[in-house]
Design a protein around this ligand. Structure first.
Ligand SMILES: [Zn+2]
Ligand SMILES: [Zn+2]
Length: 333
């Protein structure tokens, strides 16, 4: 038995809070390793879990993490720095057979359905490890998850290369979309965000403001607001493509005139969900390759770092809307 310090979220009446717990960690199963968590990013989706939207309580949240293999029962991976794909697929259903694990009918998930990485140690499946290549630090590795989500979204339209891409929302995912779109050869990127500070950081990332002169081929929603989709439908030129990524903040309703645009202009709407990591294709390995050879830098997006015990402060900092990436830092690697 080993111990871990975890920060489970507990429910007390109608309120939710983190508590510090020292727990026994069982020895890793044959298909697992024991990971010493070095970093865990805080995600926008964690805010809703913090406010009562988790599947169950208590739960240890945290799905954007990296760490060092502290103990591998097979003795192969000890000491290796790794990112972790958080989805645990059933490997039985039809999406799983096509390696579309994010669409698995019976998946489990570190930090959402089962305990995640707001902890010093965690047993994780070997299949979920994405070992780091030289030149990738643990903070960038912990940003692999949102970066893979951005790359996955950009792979939904026919091609980004040579296209003008407009992103709505300049949070972490929005900025990652802008950077990755350029990396994939986008001719131009545009951004809309009502927050002037956030828009300013999008412009610093090479985007142009989405004004009336812009004529995007591809629109990506990274904010989940009805108003964004309506604006896209009104701006879209014939055969434009729209990628819907942002978690909806409420019902998304369309007026008939806006709906007509989808038909008359033959628009294509794509949903995008999570990221793909399989043998045939892995957004994760591609992201790590981009990071390793310096084509994609993400570490500068981390604006706030907190020790594990300050999980509450980390969540409220992100919820304030004034932070970009907020990260828990357990260890310097
Ligand atoms: Zn996330
Ligand atoms: Zn499945």
């Amino acid at each position: 038995m080993n111990t871990t310090i975890a920060m489970p979220l507990i429910k007390e009446g109608e309120t939710f809070r983190f508590v510090r717990e020292e727990r026994q960690l069982p020895p890793p199963a044959a298909d697992e390793v024991r990971l010493r968590v070095t970093n865990c990013g805080v995600c926008g989706s964690d805010i809703s879990r913090w406010k009562g939207g988790a599947y169950h309580y208590p739960i240890v949240i945290g799905h954007e993490f990296a760490g060092v293999v502290e103990y591998d029962p097979r003795g192969e991976l000890d000491g290796r720095l790794t990112a972790v794909f958080p989805i645990l697929p059933c490997h039985e259903c039809e999406p799983c057979k096509n390696e579309l694990y994010a669409m698995c009918a019976h998946y489990d998930y570190y930090g959402s359905r089962r305990d995640g990485a707001f902890a010093t140690h965690l047993n994780v499946k070997r299949d979920n490890l994405i070992l780091l290549s030289e030149g990738v630090d643990s903070e960038s590795a912990a940003m692999c998850e949102p970066t893979a989500v951005a790359l996955h979204a950009l792979r939904r339209p026919r091609t980004v290369e040579g296209k003008r891409v407009a992103v709505y929302g300049a949070g972490t995912i929005g900025l990652l979309l802008l950077r990755t779109a350029k990396l994939l050869g986008a001719a131009e990127t545009y951004c809309f965000d009502p927050d002037p500070d956030k828009l300013a950081s999008a412009l610093k990332n090479g985007a142009l403001p989405l004004d009336d002169n812009a004529s995007p081929d591809i629109f990506i929603d990274a904010c989940g607001k009805s108003a964004a989709l309506i604006d896209m439908l009104r701006r879209a030129k014939p055969r434009a493509e729209i990628v819907l990524l942002g978690n909806p903040s409420g019902d998304v309703l369309l007026a008939k005139a806006d709906y007509w645009q989808i038909l008359r202009r033959e628009l294509t709407l794509y949903g995008t969900w999570n990221s793909q990591h399989g043998v045939s294709r892995s957004d994760w390995r591609d992201v790590l390759d981009y990071m390793a050879d310096g084509r994609l830098a993400v570490r500068d997006m981390i604006t706030h770092r907190f020790p594990l015990e300050q999980a509450e402060d980390a969540l409220s900092t992100l919820a304030s809307g004034k932070a970009c990436k907020v990260m828990l830092k357990m260890e310097e690697v």
